[in-house]
Design a protein. Sequence first.
Length: 198
Amino acid sequence: MHPNTQPAQAVTTKERVDYEPMTIARTWGTSPEERQLSYPCDLLIPHPEDSLYRGVTIDASPQTVFCWLCQMRVAPYSYDWIDNAGRDSPRRLTHGLEHLAVGQDVMEIFQLADFARDQHLTLRVKANSRAQRLFGDIAVSYFIVAKDPSSCRLLVKLVAQHPRGVWGKLMRSLLPWGDLIMMRRQLLNFKQLAERGN
């Protein structure tokens, strides 16, 4: 865990989730307190042009949720017909995927940049890749905040430096909504799969 990263602790104040139409694409499922936390991705792109937040409560242990996050090494767990060539993301944990190392491929377009077991996975889009040319420089932290031994918040922060020029301006408009559609499905899938064994 980075020394500048706050320990994963439950938000003790009543969660106030932001659902205004103008902000849902940037803050879906998160409270103002959660958006003030320090995330490991902040160290990778310290002055981003865009910051997006997503969150979901999962009635499963942080250890279980972390194991499901490790599954992203082989599948995206969102809309498989869009971003997994129609192949189903595995519905059972694959042994060995929890053995992590910085630099491993994740969801094809990312590399594992940092991790702390049962606390976070932090990814960065592959340098000089087609994805980086298309989306820009993007870093994402999947951050687990324990509420009690059998429940947690799974928070995600995405930070981005958009491509230059007209395409970058277009991405600034499209990324928040496009990411919301895909990541909302992903987090709800992880919630369903993690809670299935409880």
